[in-house]
Design a binder for this molecule. Structure first.
Ligand SMILES: *[C@@H]1O[C@H](CO)[C@@H](O)[C@H](O)[C@H]1NC(C)=O
Ligand SMILES: *[C@@H]1O[C@H](CO)[C@@H](O)[C@H](O)[C@H]1NC(C)=O
Ligand SMILES: *[C@@H]1O[C@H](CO)[C@@H](O)[C@H](O)[C@H]1NC(C)=O
Ligand SMILES: *[C@@H]1O[C@H](CO)[C@@H](O)[C@H](O)[C@H]1NC(C)=O
Ligand SMILES: *[C@@H]1O[C@H](CO)[C@@H](O)[C@H](O)[C@H]1NC(C)=O
Ligand SMILES: *[C@@H]1O[C@H](CO)[C@@H](O)[C@H](O)[C@H]1NC(C)=O
Ligand SMILES: *[C@@H]1O[C@H](CO)[C@@H](O)[C@H](O)[C@H]1NC(C)=O
Ligand SMILES: *[C@@H]1O[C@H](CO)[C@@H](O)[C@H](O)[C@H]1NC(C)=O
Ligand SMILES: *[C@@H]1O[C@H](CO)[C@@H](O)[C@H](O)[C@H]1NC(C)=O
Ligand SMILES: *[C@@H]1O[C@H](CO)[C@@H](O)[C@H](O)[C@H]1NC(C)=O
Length: 747
């Protein structure tokens, strides 16, 4: 039943191969896209713009560059330099230019969604909405796959006028009409890079979303109220984004799912120029040092201009796998919601069972025969190829399990043989594209008994799919797919920073794209449930916009600090946030500072701020050479004021080895953003094998914005486990609790 998708994949794969062969045939050397960092201070004054200079450099190359794609983009804000299609020998030629700083072949990346879409209803509310007027006046720039402008989530009802400072465009044309309005204030396309790589088959110049990803993320961050998102019959109330009064600008970097660095850089360059306040990226590339990581480089420029950058942490699900983890980026992991999808079945004997189901459609099965292949073991467990279509077709089928059966394979066997629905046994919920009710083994025994006794008369009276239940415990959990720390590039910075909802998130979807493709069920919807850190990042981008509306003077680091120090680490069952993979308590390597708590973040008490020099010092401490520093800072001079110190981050990672001292000191500075007269006391929480000392243990503030510094000494001792952690909490007389995780890594 997945065959059609598979064929499509093969076809597009062949297409790519053919294009690649054509390119190779027409030239001796293959053209590739290179990202070239230049020293802009060396531009001869005869060139009025950097772009004319970049073009002249390309024209001067010995062998003429590919006519069609000479210069892809000139960059001004995110970095100094350009991207172009070059052969390796041309790249080598550019390397010899004195104005050249660094050059690398571009890499491709991916969007951070995981599962196939599903749809369901959701509303939630938060007190920060009131204080921030729902993010009024803030502009969120989405770097994504485009947007579906006609979606109700982008209606402009109640929206304030477009801010006069906005300089962005709406890429509308007669061929591809694309309406912008006061909600969706800009939309532009940056896919020259992927087109040049032969990865975009159509000359696509519309910001319209043909994947659904960008429509979903942008409506999550800032979708307007949609009363009546209940057309499917299951939504409760109103579907809406986080910053419902914020404006959205879409920078489309992917038309078919393929993403390249040159396009992402160009999109971020334009977003900075246009005047966005927050940028949200639910995509990423393979992890590389910051001076080669285009998202890190572009984000640092954005942050320097006061633009907060929020990125998805990735869906690798394993330790040491976070993406987009530079300390000037807010890196977001994914958590579950307290909501689950269920299905019920009532048998001919009136016994009713409730189980899990993730089948997206609202299916109702009434008075249908129940098949159980009891006499043949292979049929009983619905082994692949065992069922007989003429026996099973039109029936609800019960499949037994024996500890090595697989519900996915069973569901496929049922679909192939024309079953109406399945009742499967598994103690973990599967996500199946076939109407299946999943029951624990205990209920399975009762159904088996009935099916055996009733024999040919066994039937299902009624079976209902897609019911929602709230208050599922424990929640939130760290989603199994969410990328975990330590960060592969810099394990000294705790990443992800926070987690936010990223499992089965309901948001807008293009109505022309089937939410799920399945023989017999072609599911399209204006709203879809998607999962991934792609979905959690725009939640945090939305909250960042709300915080920006309340505290316009806060830096991106201050906003991130507020999100982190107020995050919670206890689930709705009163225990430490658990890991969905193991159901065991997680650690800050899984959830960072915890799950975001927007209302608390509005009034964090203290913030750990970081200014430009703080990031420069951090980079100095990494031991980057001059070339590498220039590539990331876009300047030829900088001062390393306190080399080797770490950045003023609201979390701590102390790494120890057998040969290192067993104490590590961190100096931090906090700024009072709460009441003028406040006195904070340090409270530490530790676990076996570690010690935290704070000096001084009391911080007294007499004014708002006053700063105080302190030293945290973290010690490891005894037979400490490889990972252990505790917390440093500053607590004042008004109830502010400024919490920082302290992680100890022993190797
Ligand atoms: C909503 O905001 C207004 C003004 O900002 C404030 O006076 C009011 O108390 C707030 N209401 C709630 C319920 O927080
Ligand atoms: C977009 O272009 C179409 C067709 O040219 C036009 O009818 C429409 O008014 C334009 N919309 C905006 C917002 O400019
Ligand atoms: C399938 O079942 C039908 C009806 O019971 C029977 O005639 C047929 O032989 C079966 N096919 C196989 C391959 O067992
Ligand atoms: C379970 O079923 C599989 C596949 O049919 C079979 O290979 C295996 O022996 C069975 N195991 C038990 C414990 O019955
Ligand atoms: C499956 O495994 C559990 C525990 O390992 C055992 O109690 C149970 O009997 C097994 N069931 C089957 C059908 O093999
Ligand atoms: C809730 O916590 C208790 C112990 O605190 C534990 O026994 C129970 O299994 C937990 N419930 C869930 C659903 O995790
Ligand atoms: C983490 O990943 C990086 C690259 O992905 C690798 O070089 C490093 O060895 C890994 N570290 C650990 C502790 O596994
Ligand atoms: C800096 O390191 C890079 C490798 O990352 C190397 O290519 C370059 O030559 C070095 N530059 C200096 C000035 O040492
Ligand atoms: C570095 O510090 C010196 C002395 O404080 C100052 O004159 C200079 O402007 C600084 N340079 C940069 C790039 O910040
Ligand atoms: C670390 O801090 C502690 C307490 O503030 C202090 O006694 C100690 O000298 C410091 N150690 C280093 C190496 O700075």
């Amino acid at each position: 039943m997945r065959l059609c998708n598979y064929h499509r994949f093969i076809l597009s794969f062949l297409l790519v191969l053919l294009l690649g062969i054509n390119n190779a045939k027409s030239e001796h050397e293959e053209y590739k896209t290179y990202i070239v960092h230049m020293d802009h201070s060396l531009k001869p004054s005869s060139f009025l713009t950097h772009e004319t200079w970049h073009r002249a450099i390309l024209r001067s190359l010995a062998k003429p560059v590919h006519e069609k794609y000479v210069l892809l983009y000139s960059y001004n804000h995110v970095m100094h330099g350009f991207s172009a299609r070059l052969t390796p020998s041309q790249a080598a030629e550019i390397k010899k230019s004195p104005a050249h700083i660094a050059i690398h072949e571009e890499k491709s990346g991916k969007l951070f969604t995981t599962h196939s879409p599903r749809f369901m209803g959701l509303t939630h509310s938060s007190g920060l909405w009131n204080a921030s007027s729902y993010g009024e006046g803030v502009i969120i720039g989405m770097i994504d796959s485009g947007v579906w402008p006609e979606s109700e989530s982008f209606n402009e009802k109640g929206m304030p006028p477009v801010p006069t400072r906005w300089k962005g465009k709406c890429q509308n044309s007669t061929i591809n009409p694309f309406p912008c309005n006061r909600k969706l204030i800009g939309a532009q396309v940056f896919i020259k890079g992927s087109q040049a790589a032969g990865e975009s088959d159509s000359p696509d110049d519309t910001p319209r979303d043909f994947l659904g990803h960008g429509t979903h993320t942008s409506s999550t961050a800032a979708g307007n109220h949609v009363p009546g998102a209940s057309q499917f019959g299951y939504a409760h109330g109103v579907a809406r984004g986080i910053a419902t009064a914020a404006h959205v600008a879409m920078y489309k970097v992917s038309s078919g799912g393929y993403i390249v660095e040159s396009d992402v850089l160009a999109a971020m360059d334009q977003a900075i120029a246009d005047g966005v306040d927050v940028m949200s990226l639910s995509l990423g590339f393979y992890q590389t040092p910051y001076f080669q990581d285009v998202i890190a480089i572009a984000s640092l420029s954005a942050v320097q201009k006061g633009i907060a950058v929020v990125c998805a942490a990735g869906n690798d699900g394993s330790p040491n796998s976070t993406h987009n983890a530079a300390p000037w980026i807010t890196t977001v992991g994914a958590g579950t919601l307290d909501r689950s999808f269920t299905a019920t079945v009532t048998l001919g004997n009136d016994q009713t069972f409730e189980g899990k189901s993730k089948f997206p459609n609202r299916v109702l099965v009434i008075d249908t025969p129940l098949y159980y292949g009891k006499s043949d073991f292979d049929k009983a467990i619905c082994r692949t190829g065992a069922l007989n279509e003429s026996e099973v077709s039109g029936n609800v089928v019960f499949c037994d399990n024996n500890n090595s059966t697989n519900v996915f394979a069973q569901a496929e066997e049922l679909a192939r043989n024309g079953a109406v629905a399945g009742i499967l046994i598994s103690d973990s919920a599967g996500e199946l594209s076939f109407p299946s009710l999943i029951l624990p083994s205990s209920s399975g025994a009762l159904i088996k008994k009935y099916a055996t006794e009733a024999a040919d008369d066994a039937e299902v009276k009624i079976m209902r799919f897609v019911l929602t239940s709230f208050g599922t415990k424990p929640a939130p959990q760290v989603a199994d797919f969410s990328s975990r720390g330590p960060d592969p590039i810099n394990p000294n910075i705790l990443k992800p920073d926070v987690i936010a909802p990223g499992v089965d998130v309901l948001a807008a979807f293009p109505p022309t794209i089937p939410v799920d493709q399945l023989d017999g069920y072609d599911l399209a919807s204006d709203y879809a449930l998607l999962s991934g850190t792609s979905m959690s990042a725009p939640h945090v981008a939305g909250v960042t916009a709300l915080l920006k509306a309340v505290h316009s003077e806060w830096s991106p680091a201050a906003i991130r600090s507020a999100l982190m120090t107020t995050a919670y680490t206890t689930d709705n069952n009163g225990t430490t946030l658990t890991d969905q993979t193991t159901n065991l308590p997680g650690t800050p390597l899984d959830y960072g500072a915890g799950h975001i708590n927007p209302n608390k973040a509005m009034d964090p008490g203290l913030i750990y701020d970081i200014d430009w020099q703080g990031y420069v010092d951090f980079l100095c401490g990494l031991g980057y050479n001059d070339t590498e520093m220039k590539a990331i800072l876009r300047q030829n001079q900088w001062n390393c004021s306190h080399e080797g110190t770490d950045v003023n981050y609201p979390s701590f990672v102390a790494m120890f080895s057998a040969s290192s001292p067993n104490v590590k000191n961190f100096t931090r500075v906090v700024t009072n953003v709460g009441d003028d007269q406040s006195v904070y006391h340090a409270v530490v929480e530790i676990t076996y094998g570690m010690m935290i000392r704070v000096e001084p243990t009391t911080l007294t503030f007499t004014n708002k914005y006053q700063k105080q510094s302190f030293v945290v000494s973290v010690q490891t001792y005894g037979k400490a486990p490889p990972v252990t952690y505790g917390y440093l909490k500053w607590v004042d007389q008004y109830g502010h609790i400024v919490a920082s995780p302290v992680v100890v890594l022993n190797s």
